[in-house]
Structure formats: C-alpha cells, structure tokens
Design a binder for this molecule. Structure first.
Ligand code: N01
Length: 538
C-alpha cells in the first residue's frame, strides 16, 4: 500500500482509538512537539465508555483510581459523583478531558482503520481507512482497548430470529424499550450480571442462559458528598504513589499474611472484612493464594459460595448459580448489586446450558435441548475476542509484508505487550503479556504504557534514531518469563477470556502478565535505563 499523504498531513504518529489510552497518548506526544492524529471508529471519544451503553454499565474500579494523573488541574476540577461511576459519568469525563485539552482537533471520528502496512523503504506506517483515505506516519500506536472486539458466537439460525438481537457492546444509543417484553440474556460475565440485575424488574419475563456460573461480590456503591470528595482529593498524593506499589494497580495493599499462617478464625474474620468492603478488594487485595494455592483457593471459594447460596430461595437454582468448576478469582470477578436475588423473582428463569444446551435460534426465540423459549429480544452478553481481537481486525503487516493476523492464528507474541518483533515502530497498549489486559486496574497500567511509549519516542528523537523494534531473543525471553509465571497459577488452568478459552481455536495462553504491576513496571524501566537493550534501533 502506498500512502498518498495529503498536504499538511506529514504525521509523526498515528494513534488508533480515542478512549482512555488514545486521549492520553495524543496529549503526551503533542507535549513532545510531534504532529499526531488519532483515528477513531466512533463519532465521539470514550472508547469502552462510548460503546458499552447497555443498561447498568458501570466501572468496577473506584472512580478515584479510574482517572488520569497527568494534570493536577484536571484532578482539582473534576468531581466524581459516585464511588463507582456509571457509564454516563465515565463518558462525560472523557468528553471533558477531550475538550479541556483541545484534543478533538487532532481526532478523526467515524474513521475505521482497515489496514496498516510497514513500508521498509520509508520506514513509515501506511494506513488505509474504510473510506479509502490513506495516511502515513513514522510511529503507529494502537490504543484499541483489551475488550473492543465483540464476540458474537455462531449460533445456528441466528439470522432467522424475527425479534431484536443485540450485543451489549453495540447497544443502540437511543436505547431499547424492554418494558413488557420477553427478554433472553446469553452470558453471565461482568456484563451479563450488570444487564440482568438492571432489567429484570422492567421486562415481562427474563430468561438467563448461563454456561458458566460466576462468583460475584456485592458492590457497595455510594453517592459522594462534598466532604467525601474533599477527603478523597486530600489523599490524591498518596493514591498516586500507591497504585504503582500494589499487585494489580489498585491503591490498597494485599493482606500482609500468608493465608495458612493465620488460624482459621482469623482467616474467616479477614475474609468477612474484605467482603464487607463492597469492592474488588477480596479478589485483588486479599489473599494472593487464590491465584496459585489450591487448598487456599478451595477454602476461600467455599466462603464465597456460602454467601451466594444464602441469597437464593430455591436450593436447586442456588446449586446452578454457585460455581463449582473453578476457584474464586481465577476468572474476572464482577461486582454486583442485587444480582443473585433476581433469581428469586417470578418473572426470571435460569437455563443451565450444561443441562439444556442451545440447539439453535428460531424465528420466535431460542431452542434448547429442553424445548423452544419464545423471546422478543435476545441480548448477547457474550464478551469479546480479548487482547487480540482489536488488533487482528486490522490488516497489520510488518517487515516483508508479514501479516499479524496470520501469525497470531497460531502464536500470539509480544514483548511486554508494548512492541512486537517484526513490526518496527508499532507500539501496542493493552495487548497480550502486559498486566493491562486483565491483572491491573486498567487506568494505572495504560497510563504507564503511554508514558513508556512516549519516553521511547523521545529517546529516539534525542539520539537521532528513527526506528525501534524488539529483537527476537528479547521477545522469546519475555514470553518464557511470562509462561513460567503463568504456569504456576490456577488462572492459566481455568477456561476464560483470560486464556483465550472463550474462543474456539484461539491459541491458549494466559493473555495477561501475572507477575504484578511493580515487577512489570520495573522490567519496563530497566529497558529504558539500559538504553533499550534488547531492542534494535536504527
Ligand atoms: O464477557 P465474558 P463480559 N454460549 O467473556 C458466555 C470487562 N467488563 O462482557 O463463561 C453460551 O466475561 C460466557 O460463558 P463462559 C471485564 O474485564 C468490565 O461479561 O464462556 N454462553 C460468559 O458467561 C470483563 O471480564 C465491567 O462459559 C456463551 C459470557 O458469555 C470483561 O469486560 C463491566 C457463549 C461472557 O462473559 C468481559 O466481560 C463489564 C456461547 N457460545 C465488563 N459464548 C466493569 O468494570 C460466551 N458465552 C463494570
């Protein structure tokens, strides 16, 4: 592909995506004095928080750590309304950031990138968008988010369904009137749980199709008062430091005891305290043994099962809703708000797909092995092609025209989730083998990745270099390190989107680095300190 660079468009960098990462990357590269353009499919900023406008969408990270740290003015002027911000508030935040820092003038909205090819002769990336526009830049940064490619499972006969079929990540912006309708929800992950608990009271009947039962922790949300906000703001300096020191980029440290060092009564009391916090603390800042110690995992999982069982009236339904096939925390733990009580309602039925698998969609609804269920609306809360799907949707070609899409069919490789051997000057964020994809409070890790990329590009400029890529050996060493850590965990042995297990045929490997944020950050810093040792510069 030859880029026809239009007058005035000799760009230094192109960024794909105007969500959390893309906006900060644009701001950072502008500060370096680079000419940058962001290409965004949506008509607005916000990424995840633009697309996921399904009922009940809300962050599971507290708002005080789900924000940018780069501007004290921004921290001072933005007031979060709730402990866990709803989608509309998160989206409003990104719109505010875009306006506040005049970012929109460098963003092309309604622009989907179809192809990105490395041109060896010019050492530049040539991009083609869906409308045929071509653009070229020295650096290409993908800010696609880890969960941007919706997974629509190939259910037989889905095109025959005469009602409304919608994936949560493509919810119509004008909404869907569900009042009085017979609604089916497929999927009980973080998204499904939020949708189900939000719509059950409104619909005439709700049928939940569950393949894997999920643990979930009650969210204790609250509206902030001015006094709350003042207290949170006063702690910003500590919070800003703390996020770099914890295993998953939250602001509180894990329990400082090994699980079995505590007597049973103390273990129980600690779990109760973590549970009562109404946050993800019991998962990400509790006992780290849930990730690797089977005996501890079994005990902690049973603690959570007890909590779930106690909320469901019908013991047969409870038995279906209580996970038995994996340990607590080995898949993403959602926060919930009255989710389990939903199954005590007369207008809600649970279909366990292990007992009655879906055979096909029909014009009237869904047929399982137990019969046809008539529905007006089917909601697919079926998740995403995580980590890789955003990148493989684009025809990315590196040196010698090698296709990333083809390569990643059999082997997904990156160096620290930041670069890929064979794809010079391509920087990836929230890509596999960094913690950002799953084992990190996304804003913490994504801001770190943006800073690393910005420092790298600044370094090249300062040293008169124009091209960088990791060597094959560096990449292999990172993957070996990643695999060694992953291999010791229960997470890697559990089927979920974390391992690519939600997609048939996807290479099976833990997608997210599980060595913790401090270790990851240290590894990245070491590369910088050693003048990008292990990377090839030209
Ligand atoms: O997707 P998921 P999600 N037949 O993959 C089921 C983030 N997030 O959109 O588990 C039947 O977790 C699938 O079943 P199974 C968060 O990181 C954050 O819910 O594969 N069922 C599962 O139940 C989260 O982890 C927030 O057996 C099928 C569900 O669909 C990530 O997004 C909110 C199926 C998919 O669950 C993804 O969550 C929401 C099939 N063929 C999401 N295919 C907040 O922070 C899939 N399923 C608030």
């Amino acid at each position: 592909m030859t880029a026809s660079v239009q007058a005035g468009e000799t760009l230094d960098a192109l960024i794909i995506g105007a969500g959390f990462t893309g906006l900060y990357q644009l701001w950072s590269l502008r500060k370096l004095g680079l000419k940058v353009q962001v290409l965004e499919t949506a008509p607005d900023v916000g990424g995840t928080w633009y697309w996921n406008c399904y009922p009940g969408a809300r962050t599971d990270s507290p708002s005080n750590i789900y924000q940018y740290w780069f501007s004290d003015d921004l921290l001072d002027e933005w007031n979060w309304n709730e402990r866990y911000a709803g989608r509309a508030e998160s989206h409003a935040y990104f719109r505010h950031v875009a306006d506040r820092f005049e970012l929109r003038k460098d963003i092309r909205f309604n622009t989907r990138v179809d192809a990105a090819h490395w041109d060896e002769a010019t050492s530049r990336w040539n991009l083609r968008t869906q409308d045929g526009t071509t653009l070229s830049a020295r650096f290409l940064i993908t800010a696609l988010g880890p969960l941007s490619a919706p997974l629509v499972p190939p259910f037989k006969g889905h095109e025959t369904f005469k009602g409304q079929l919608v994936h949560t990540a493509r919810w119509p912006r004008e909404g869907i009137d569900l009042k009085g309708k017979r609604v089916g929800v497929i999927g009980t992950g973080a998204t499904g749980i939020q949708v189900i608990q939000s719509i059950a009271a409104e619909v005439s009947h709700l049928t939940v199709f569950q393949r894997t039962a999920n643990y979930a922790v009650p969210m204790h949300n609250k509206r902030y008062t001015d006094a709350d906000r003042a207290a949170i703001r006063a702690r910003y300096p500590e919070t800003r430091e703390a996020i770099w020191t914890t295993f998953v980029g939250f602001d509180e440290p894990s329990v400082p005891h090994a699980y079995f060092d505590l007597p049973p009564a103390e273990r129980r009391a600690t779990l109760e305290k973590l549970w009562a916090d109404g946050s993800l603390k019991i998962w990400v800042a509790g006992f780290m043994e849930i990730f690797f110690d089977l005996a501890a995992s079994q005990e902690i999982s049973e603690f959570v099962r007890e909590k779930i069982r106690a909320r469901i009236h019908d013991s047969k339904v409870a038995a279906k809703l209580v996970p038995q096939d994996h340990g607590f925390g080995t898949r993403r733990v959602p926060l919930e708000n009255g989710y389990f009580e939903i199954y005590n309602r007369d207008n809600v039925s649970l279909v366990d797909l292990h007992e009655a698998p879906i055979e096909c969609f029909t014009p009237k609804g869904i047929r399982t092995s137990a019969g046809e269920i008539e529905l007006d609306v089917i909601i697919l809360a079926t998740g995403f092609d995580a980590g890789t799907g955003g990148l493989t949707a684009i025809d990315i070609r590196g040196r010698d025209g090698v296709s990333l899409r083809q390569q990643w069919k059999s082997d997904v490789r990156t160096t620290m989730g930041l670069q890929i051997h064979g794809y010079p000057n391509l920087f990836t964020t929230s890509a596999p083998y960094a913690p950002a994809a799953a084992f990190c409070n996304a804003p913490t890790c994504l801001q770190h990745q943006v800073q690393w990329i910005t420092d790298c590009i600044a370094y090249l400029g300062k040293h008169g270099r124009t091209v960088i890529e990791p060597s094959a050996d560096t990449e292999s060493a990172w993957l070996a390190h990643h695999d060694e850590l992953a291999g010791a965990t229960l997470v890697a042995k559990t089927r979920s989107w974390y391992t690519g297990g939600n997609i048939e045929g996807k290479p099976n490997r833990l997608l997210s680095y599980i060595g913790g944020v401090p270790a990851y950050r240290e590894a990245c810093e070491k590369v910088k300190e050693k003048d990008y040792e292990g990377f090839e510069l030209a």
